[in-house]
Every structure is written in C-alpha cells, then in structure tokens.
Design a protein around this ligand. Structure first.
Ligand SMILES: *[C@@H]1O[C@H](CO)[C@@H](O)[C@H](O)[C@H]1NC(C)=O
Ligand SMILES: *[C@@H]1O[C@H](CO)[C@@H](O)[C@H](O)[C@H]1NC(C)=O
Length: 673
C-alpha cells in the first residue's frame, strides 16, 4: 500500500515536472566555444526562445573563471540595460539584441578574456534558461630562431654533442618545435638523437619554448642541413614556420694523405725553390704533419716545406706522415722529387786558340745534363754552327774572333750554359778600310782612327807632320781581331798623319791627309759687289752687282745688276737688269728672265711720245691704231703689272718665243700671239 502510494506519488511528480517543462518555454542556445586571435573582435551569440516578449525577460551575462568564481558583467531587465563597471573589460564590451539573439561583442581581445561566458534568461511566466560558451584566445608566436654551435664536432666523440638550439617566443597556446635534418624530421633515439625542450611562461601568460638538439655526429653530417619547424594554433587552424638551415662543422680524421710538389709546376732545375705540400683527406685540425727526406734524414714538422735554391743533392723521396692526435694513428704517403741539372759548358781543346792562316780549327763544346741538350756556336750574335763540334776550315783573318757556344735544355726554359773560344789567326797587320783618308776640317782637332787586324796584336804608332802630336799614349785597344787606335790631332796647317801598325810578322801603314780650312763654305754665296762677278759651280747664287756678271754651271742664280750679265749652263736664273743679258744655256736648263721697271718705263715713254707726236700730226688718220696696235696692247699689260716683276720664261733654244707668266707663276696665254 505504502509502496503503491509512493510509486503513484513519484509518477505524479514526474508527470508534474514534465508538464512544467512543457509550459516553462525559455530555451537558451549557445556555441560550445568561440576562437579568436589576440587583438581581434570576439562575438558570442546567445539565442533564446520565450513566449514572453523582451519586456518580460531578464537577461544576465556572467563570466566564470575557474570553478565557481562567477561574476556578472551585464544585465537587461525589460528594456533596462546595466553594465557592471567593475570588470576588466567593461569598456571593451557591448551587448546587442535583435530577433531573440543577444550578441556579446568583445573588442581588442586580451589573453585574460579567455573565460567561460554564461548567458542566463529569466521570463516572468516562462521560467528560465541558461547557456555557456568557452572563449579561446590564440597568440601567434614570434618567428623562430636557430643557433648552431660554432666549434667543430669530432666524429670521435663518444656521446651526443650539442648541434644547435631553436627558440620560439611568446605564443599561446604553447607552440611545438620539431627538428629536421635534410627535410626529414629527426626521430628521437637515445644516445643517437636527443631533444631537450624547456618551456617558460611569461607573466602575460604567453609561452616561450626552447629546444636543444644533441646528436652523435658522423662524417656524413658534414653536408647535412639542420633546422626547426614550429607548429602553433591560431583561431580555426594550425600553422607552422621554419628556421633557416644550419650545418655542422664536422671534424673527421684523414684516412689517406697526399704529398706533392706545389711549385714549380713541371720539371725542376737546380736553383729553383721547391714547395712541397702535404694534405690529408680529413679536416681535423688537430692532425699533426711531418715531412721527411728519407735520403738526407731531414724532418720538417709541418704540412708544407720550402726548399730554396735546390741542387741535384735535393733529389730523392719525400714522405709525409699525418698523425691523428685523438687515437695516435699514423697514415703516410710519399713522392719522388728529381732536380735536373746542367753543368757548365766545357770547350775542348782550349778556350784560346792561335792558328796559322790556312789551317783547320776543330773544337767541341759539352755540358753534362740530366736532360737532352742542344748546342750551338755563335759569333758576333750570329749562329755559325749547330751541334757541339765547331769546324773552321782554311782559317783567315776573317775567321778570327770570339766563338760562343751555348748549351740549352729545350724542355726547361731558362736552363742554359755557355762558354767561349777565342780564335787568333797569326799574320802581319792589315789596316782595315778607313772611310776617310782625306780630312778637311775647320775644327782645331781631328780624330784619327786606325783599326788593324793581325796576331800577335799589332803595335800602332803615329807619325804626324810638323809639330802636330797625337794627344795620348794609351790610344790602343785590343780587339777580337787585332788592335785599334784612336788619336786626336791638333790641326794648325795642312798635314799628313801616318798610322804604322807592326807585329813580328810585318808592318802596314796608312796615310791620312788633313786639310786645314779657314773659310766657311756655304752652298749659297751672297755677293754684293761693285765690280765684276764670276760665279762658278755653285748650287745657288744670289748676286747684287753694279757691274758685269758671269754665272756658269750654277743650278739657280738670282741676279740684280745694272750691267751686262752672262749666264752659262745654269738651270734657273732670275735676272733683274738694266742692261743686256746673255743666256748661253746648255740643254736642258731653263733661264727665267726678269725685266726691270726701268726698262718698261723707258719703252712706255717712247711709245707715249710716239703716240703723242703721231696723234697730233696724224689726228684724223684712222690707220694710227694699226701702226701702234701691237706695241700698245703689250704696253698696257706691262703697265698694269709693272709693280710686280714680270717673269719671262725663256726656252732653251733661245728663240724669241716667250711666255708671259702671271705674278703667281700660272701660265697665261700670250696676248699678242
Ligand atoms: C604539441 O604537441 C602536443 C603533444 O604531442 C599536442 O597535443 C599538441 O596538439 C601540439 N601542438 C601543436 C600546436 O601542434
Ligand atoms: C813602323 O814601326 C816599326 C816598328 O815600330 C818600325 O820598325 C818602322 O820603321 C816604322 N815605319 C816607319 C815608316 O816609321
């Protein structure tokens, strides 16, 4: 009975409750969460249904921090809005109402706005309801940085070594760091790859993460690129960014070593400086190098050696030994060095040979070398023979002189040696051709040269006439072929100088005639005279005279005279004269005649006088023009140009055919012919 009563009571309560829910019609709908980036605007909608109009509703907004700490920050009762002033975001929020939606807007979202937001709606008759939204705030971290270790890491390290560290600062929520090697994420593996992360929380609530990569370094890591990838959340998605790539200075020991001659390139010769280099294929700077010269028992504790001014004694095997200082293992290699040589040239049988004329000379020249050589003989810079033997048949004075033999090694530039052979040919002195044996001079001293060949070297003496003495005693010099003497002689009058050259085989002499000249001869005699002048055999003569003049065999003569002039065998003569001129020319020379103003004026006066007399007497006779026509026309032309010298070109046959030339020399057609 009691059970039945209780059961029916329970059923009644359930039915009552159910019925109450049915007419208690306030319903609130909210999103579970809203995501927003720092600084942006967050909008949290609160959707309600109620039979009561807004006037009959009380809507409240709360935020909840942690569990149970609930604070109201907004209330709307009917049309009355109240914002609680005491919250941290009072001035950044607004609540708007439209169509059964209350919209909470938070501007410039801060990290501390990340809270639960509760919207509670209470109706006058409808009952009440509430909803809740989590606001999630995201902060994008700063770009990540990476730092590689500076010093080298040896592959011989037994534990993991720090490779580098990455850091990402000020993100929310916490960003993650992943290490990559050559675009592949590194897998954590104890004693091989280890990553250690430290997270720090700023007072602002932001996270900074630092991650260190430790790795057991192998030789292959020398070319590897390491970097970090950072993943972080933003509103609505996951983002990632990468650091730059770093590489590791991997130190690895050599497995092989090489030794070589760095310089000179190519074959080595005595006198060169040799640079030996030794290098291993490893890069561990703590390796030790030793270069050894096995034959000479010499050592250098270095990876390079400079051997200066080497000789053939430096030839031999050089060894390089590289020692790994971590495990004291040695590796070595060697190279053979060969220093080529060329000994001084030796002339056989002798360096000086005295030959009798007509004999044959045979000499050889040799130089010992490690390489093929080439020999040639030179005299006065000219090659006279190829090969190491010099044969001169039937020797003469021309054969005498210095023969230089040059031995070269064609394979190596600059490798050469030489020696010389002096050949004397015995015989009596021969004075060589002298350009001048007749010397005409205005100077007070003359230089005399006597160049003599013969062997033994002739002695030269000078015999100079009356009082002129050679200036010095040591006038002789020995030449390749004999003796040469140069003396200065004071000239006082015409004299002779004799060069006397003698040796045990005989004597030769040469006479020099010295003519002392006192008058300076020029090619252009300029003669002004009042007496007669005769000019013979000169190039150019310029003569002004008041008396008769004869010019013979002269190239050009310019004569101004008041008296008779004779020009014979002269190429060109310009004559200004008041009197008769005879030009007896040889063929083909031309004579140019110049007529003076005086002559023209005289002719003009005579003509004018004649015209005046004839004009007055025969005034009306019309034939007057015919009588004087030719002369008048000519005179007019002459008068016109009388200021300039009229040049008359005379033909060599001396006929009257004369061509009038213009002042500037151009030909004008003769106006009366
Ligand atoms: C970081 O790693 C943790 C643990 O693996 C993970 O739960 C979280 O989602 C990661 N965060 C990001 C931004 O990827
Ligand atoms: C030339 O010199 C030689 C030797 O000095 C001498 O014997 C000879 O008499 C000289 N001749 C003349 C012409 O002086």
């Amino acid at each position: 009975m009691a059970v039945r009563d209780s059961a029916s009571l329970l059923v009644g309560l359930v039915v009552l409750l159910h019925t109450w829910r049915a007419w208690a019609a306030v319903e609130v709908n909210m999103k579970d969460k809203v995501e927003v980036n720092l600084g942006e605007k967050a909008q949290i909608p609160c959707l309600y249904t109620s039979d009561d109009g807004i006037g009959g509703l009380t809507i409240e907004w709360f935020y909840e921090k942690g569990l149970g700490v609930k604070k109201r920050f907004f209330q709307q009762a009917g049309l009355m809005k109240t914002v609680d002033n005491s919250t941290h975001f009072t001035e950044r929020i607004s609540v708007n109402h439209s169509n059964n939606t209350m919209m909470l807007t938070i501007r410039d979202v801060k990290l501390e706005d990340q809270l639960d937001y509760i919207c509670a709606v209470k109706g006058l008759t409808d009952g009440s309801g509430e909803g809740r939204t989590k606001l999630r705030v995201f902060v994008k971290p700063e770009p990540p940085t990476i730092e590689g270790v500076q010093n080298g890491i040896s592959v011989n390290e037994e534990v993991t070594s720090l490779v580098g560290s990455c850091e990402v600062k000020n993100g929310y929520p916490r960003p993650n760091i992943t290490w990559y090697k050559d675009n592949m994420p590194l897998r954590i593996n104890k004693n091989e790859v280890e990553v250690e992360s430290t997270v720090t929380t700023q007072s602002s609530g932001l996270f900074s993460v630092k991650s260190e990569l430790k790795k057991k370094i192998v030789k292959e890591d020398k070319d590897a690129l390491f970097y970090c990838e950072v993943t972080y959340f933003v509103a609505g998605s996951t983002m990632m960014s990468e650091t730059r790539q770093i590489n590791v200075n991997v130190l690895y020991p050599s497995t092989a070593v090489k030794i070589w001659v760095e310089s000179p390139k190519g074959k080595i010769k005595e006198g060169d400086s040799i640079e030996l280099h030794c290098k291993g294929d490893g890069n561990n700077p703590s390796s030790l190098f030793l270069i050894k010269y096995l034959k000479g028992n010499a050592n250098w504790e270095n990876d390079t050696v400079l051997l200066e001014n080497v000789t053939r004694q430096n030839s031999g095997v050089y060894e390089c030994i590289s020692t790994n200082t971590e495990n004291f293992e040695d590796i070595s290699n060697n190279t053979e060095v060969f220093v080529n040589y060329l000994d001084p040239a030796v002339v056989m049988p002798n360096n000086v040979m005295v030959m009798a004329k007509g004999n044959e000379l045979k000499a050889t020249c040799n130089a010992l070398s490690s390489l093929q050589t080439k020999t040639a003989w030179f005299k006065n810079g000219q090659e006279v023979s190829e090969g190491h033997t010099l044969i001169l048949k039937n020797v003469t004075f021309d054969t005498a002189g210095v023969y230089k033999c040059v031995v070269t090694v064609p394979e190596i530039e600059g490798m050469t040696t030489s020696s010389s052979l002096r050949v004397h040919v015995e015989g009596q002195p021969e004075i060589m051709e002298t350009p001048l044996t007749v010397i005409e001079t205005f100077d007070k001293t003359v230089e005399l040269v006597c160049d003599v060949r013969g062997y033994p070297a002739p002695t030269i003496t000078w015999i100079v006439s009356d009082g002129m003495v050679p200036d010095s005693d040591n006038h002789m010099t020995t030449t390749d072929y004999g003796t040469k003497s140069v003396v200065m002689v004071d000239v006082t009058s015409n004299a002779t100088a004799v060069c006397n050259a003698s040796n045990e085989h005989g004597t030769d002499m040469r006479t020099f005639n010295i003519k002392a000249k006192t008058i300076i001869q020029t090619t252009t005699p300029a003669i002004t005279t009042i007496s007669s002048v005769t000019v013979t055999n000169t190039t150019t003569a310029d003569i002004t005279t008041n008396y008769s003049t004869t010019v013979t065999n002269t190239t050009t003569a310019d004569i101004t005279t008041n008296y008779s002039t004779t020009v014979i065998n002269t190429t060109t003569a310009v004559i200004t004269t008041n009197y008769s001129t005879t030009a007896a020319t040889a063929s083909p020379p031309k004579t140019i005649k110049k007529e003076s103003n005086g002559f023209i004026i005289a002719v003009l006066i005579v003509c004018v006088l004649l015209l005046a007399i004839l004009g007055s007497v025969l005034y009306f006779l019309y034939k007057k023009g015919k009588i004087c026509g030719r002369a008048g026309k000519q005179d007019l032309t002459r008068e016109k140009s009388s200021k300039d010298n009229i040049v008359v070109e005379m033909k060599s046959d001396n006929t009257e055919e004369a061509i009038l030339l213009g002042v500037n020399g151009e030909k004008q057609p003769p106006n009366d012919q």
